[in-house]
Structures are given as C-alpha cells and as structure tokens.
Design a protein around this ligand. Structure first.
Ligand code: NDP
Length: 245
C-alpha cells in the first residue's frame, strides 16, 4: 500500500476536474483520473507526470455502476487504498421545461445524480473497511437557487446536496470518513457547451458581463477541504464570483 494519499477524480478530462487533478498531484497525491475522453485523460496524465506528479487514468462512464466499481477496484489494485473520491462529472444542458428536452433531462439525472450515487456505492464499502476516506460531491449554486431554464439541472444539484448531507450524517462516528459538498457559482469551463436551447443561450448573452471563477479557484477550495485535520469536516463550500448575485 502506498504511503502517499490517493484521489479518484471523475470528470477529470476538463474544467474543474482537470484543475483539481493537477492541484492535488502537485500536493503529492497519486491521482486516478476518470472520464470518457481517453485522449484528454492521457494528455493530463503525461502533463502531471512531467511536472513530477503521479497519475493514471481509467476511461469511465459514471452512468455505469459497474464501471464506477471497476474504477474503485483499479485504485485499490494500484494504490492499495482510496483517500479521496471527487464526484465531479456533470453536465448542464439548461432548457425551458416546455421545450420537453426529455433526453437531456434523462442525461442530467443519469450523470449528475446517478453518477454521484454510483461513485458513493463504489467507494463507501472500501472506505468503511479502511475506516477513513473523504467523498467530495460537486453540486452548484444551482443546488441552492433556481432560475428560469435551470429547473432540471437545479433539481439534480439539489439532489446532490441532499444525498451528501444524508451520507455525512450516517457515517459511523468512529470512522474518519468525511463528506463535503462543493457548490461553485459560474466557472469558465466547457460546461455551457452542452446547452442546446437557443432561448437559454440568448438569456445567457443578455445576462451581462462578470468576471467568472476559473477552474483553479475551485481546485483551491477542494484542496482546502481535503487538507484539514481529520477531526474537521468541511460540510460545504459555496463559492461564487464576487459579482454573481
Ligand atoms: P466541464 O464540461 O469542463 O467538465 C465536465 C466533466 O464531466 C468532463 O470531464 C466530462 O468528461 C465529464 N463527464 C460528463 N459526462 C460524463 C460521464 N457520463 N461519465 C464520465 N464523465 C463525464 O465542466 P465543469 O468542469 O464546469 O463541470 C464539473 C462539475 O462542476 C459538474 O458537476 C458541474 O455541474 C459543476 N459545476 C460547474 C459550474 C460551472 O459554472 N462551470 C458551476 C457549478 C457546478 P468526458 O466528456 O470526457 O466524459
């Protein structure tokens, strides 16, 4: 078993997941990167290694409970333990409900909610056996507030917060297992590429300019939560651009 801390990060092929992988690797964690786009994961692994860090990847679709279990098994096979799981993979095809983009609703439920549940199912038995671990679930400011076009996305992110809080309360108090909700406001990533509703896209454009967070801002927040002493559980980090209402 490695003496270094180990982290599994889903959605590591871009944005917040990628920045978090680099940040934790720079802090000495061995990282197992997961997402669907293999080329991006391979490049990131090489980039982390070139900077002196340790990383590997496994192509994983978080909507498959079997693939998530295989990911956790791979981490155990490679590192012998799992210190951290960052359930970060997500998508945000915002739309007005009367557009009936039912396929997009399904995908959001599958990735944003079921993906998080499958991540928990994959690592919880391992962490309970280890008696330590840290699960960080990425929700959103949209998990606190609802706006026109965000009904389903917000629904999934409210669910992530409910699931995380329920899990945190159920952890055996004698175990050093922590649960943290990470709730970012607007971050400059590829996330808005999944929006297909022109009305929502136009509303975005009319929404005015503000300086967005960058993925590194969220990586810094995640690093803060994971590096607290074992008796401290940062329950939630809610982090907005200064100018976001
Ligand atoms: P990106 O679009 O840059 O990243 C999304 C990541 O999720 C990608 O790595 C993508 O990888 C992965 N992903 C999507 N579907 C799947 C799947 N089925 N299986 C595995 N991985 C998948 O966006 P962000 O970095 O912004 O998003 C990360 C998280 O942050 C999301 O949960 C998002 O909801 C949340 N968030 C983002 C905010 C923002 O403003 N950007 C604000 C609040 C929350 P691949 O396509 O290779 O599988």
């Amino acid at each position: 078993m490695t003496t270094e801390k180990t982290a599994i990060i889903t959605g590591a092929s871009s944005g917040i997941g990628e920045a978090t992988a680099k940040e934790l690797a720079a802090r000495g964690y061995s990282i197992l990167l997961a997402a669907r786009r293999e080329e991006r994961l391979k490049e990131l692994k090489e980039e982390i290694e070139a900077a002196g860090g340790k990383a590997d990847y496994q192509v994983t679709d978080v909507t498959s409970a079997d693939e998530m279990k295989a990911l956790a098994d791979r981490a155990i096979e490679k590192y012998g333990k799992i210190d951290i799981l960052v359930n970060n993979a997500g998508l945000m095809p915002l739309s007005f409900m009367n557009k009936l983009k039912v396929d997009e609703w399904d995908r959001m439920v599958d990735v944003n909610i079921k993906g998080v549940l499958y991540g928990i199912a994959a690592v919880l038995p391992i962490m309970e056996k280890q008696k330590f671990g840290h699960i960080l679930n990425v929700s959103s400011v949209a998990g606190h507030t609802i706006s026109k076009g965000s009904a389903v996305y917000s629904g999934t992110k409210f669910a992530v917060r409910a699931i995380s809080e329920g899990l945190r309360m159920e952890i055996d108090p004698s175990h050093e297992i922590r649960v943290t909700i990470v709730s970012p406001g607007a971050v400059a990533t590829e996330l808005t590429n999944t929006i297909t509703d022109d009305d929502v896209l136009n509303a975005f454009k009319e929404g005015g300019q503000m300086e967005l967070l960058n993925a590194q801002d969220i990586a810094n927040a995640i690093a803060y939560a994971v590096e607290q002493p074992a008796h401290v559980d940062v329950n939630e980090i809610l982090i907005r651009p200064r100018q976001q209402p």
